[in-house]
Write a protein that binds this ligand. Structure first.
Ligand code: AMP
Length: 306
């Protein structure tokens, strides 16, 4: 789930209050002048791309521009039942303002009586999670290229006072060129749990979040460290059969590197510098980009070419 920091919250709330209302036609007058009003007849609908808890995602083409998009269709009743309308408004507001090659664009939204439609950038190569399942684990070149591109996207987010807080394979899609796209904006917490682990999303939470103490942008450094580990070993580092064991291992930072698959000492050094309990001591993202493992392995184009 992407969030904004406290001070930004108030500002965002104001913007939301005056400019964004997904369900109330009258209240959206202010924003309507500023942005195009879309409706379903603007699109040719193509094949289904996937299914989430609140609805379906379809390939679609905007008729006038011929632009290919992914149209996410969410059912209002389901959103209301799960009490996530407010969260959706906030996430739409954040995602629509982010512009980065490694963050999935949200071009716009519209709604009718029963549904809310999100017009999203189409990620042609689908889910990273499936790729990882297929390969079991990634090569160091591939992992480093992905980690570097995500670090750059997170530096961009943090510069805008947005903390993602939910970096994990299930929330990443792959674009047509092979570039990673952060695609989750508050949903994954509520959608099907696609992981086969016992602990679900707990695996990626930093100690300060599992202990419910204050946290800041460095939660994303931790999650990126977990992701780097999972890319290289195929499983997250603190995985356990019981929730309580994962919890304990996270809090104690019980980090172990198994002998197989073989991973370089340099990669382990980077992970160890990211998975640090004291959040202020985690390797800052701009320093991550200068780490020898990243410099030696990541493709400078930011795209893994296979
Ligand atoms: P979600 O409701 O976001 O979990 O989406 C359900 C499924 O639809 C995902 O697991 C993807 O397989 C697919 N999907 C969602 N958004 C996109 C997109 N922008 N481009 C391509 N496939 C997508």
């Amino acid at each position: 789930m992407a969030i904004v920091t406290e001070t930004q919250q108030q500002e965002k709330f104001f913007i939301l209050f005056v400019g964004l209302c997904l369900y109330n036609q009258e209240a959206s007058d202010a924003s309507a002048a500023a942005q195009k009003r879309w409706n379903l007849s603007d699109f040719d609908i193509g094949k289904p791309l996937g299914r989430g808890k609140f609805g379906h995602v379809y390939l679609a083409r905007e008729k006038r521009s011929n632009h290919i998009v992914a149209l996410k269709v969410l059912f209002k009743t389901q959103l209301q039942q799960s009490q996530v309308e407010h969260q959706l408004r906030r996430e739409v507001e954040i995602q629509s303002h982010l512009r980065n090659p490694n963050i999935l664009r949200l071009y716009g939204y519209f709604y009718d009586q029963k549904r809310v439609y999100l017009i999203l950038e189409y990620a042609a190569r689908g889910e990273l999670y499936k790729e990882l399942q297929k390969c079991k684990y990634f090569s160091e070149r591939r992992a480093a290229t992905y980690v570097a591109s995500l670090a750059r996207a997170l530096i961009y987010c943090h510069g805008k006072h947005v903390i993602h807080r939910d970096i994990k394979p299930e929330n990443l899609l792959i674009g047509a060129q092979g570039e990673l796209k952060i695609a989750d904006f508050g949903w994954s917490v509520h959608t099907f749990n696609r992981r086969r682990t016992m602990c679900g999303t707990l695996d990626y939470l930093p100690p300060e979040m599992v202990e419910s103490v204050e946290h800041d942008a460095s939660v994303d450094i931790w999650s990126l460290g977990i992701l780097c580990y999972e890319f290289l070993y195929g499983v997250p580092p603190f995985e356990a059969m019981e929730h309580s064991d994962t919890y304990r291992r996270i809090v104690q930072v019980d980090l172990k590197f198994p002998p197989k698959p073989i991973v370089s000492a340099s990669a382990k050094d980077l992970i160890s510098q990211m998975l640090v309990k004291e959040s202020a001591l985690r390797l800052p993202l701009h320093r991550l980009l200068e780490h020898p493992w990243i410099v030696q392995n990541a493709d400078p184009s930011g795209v893994y070419r296979g």
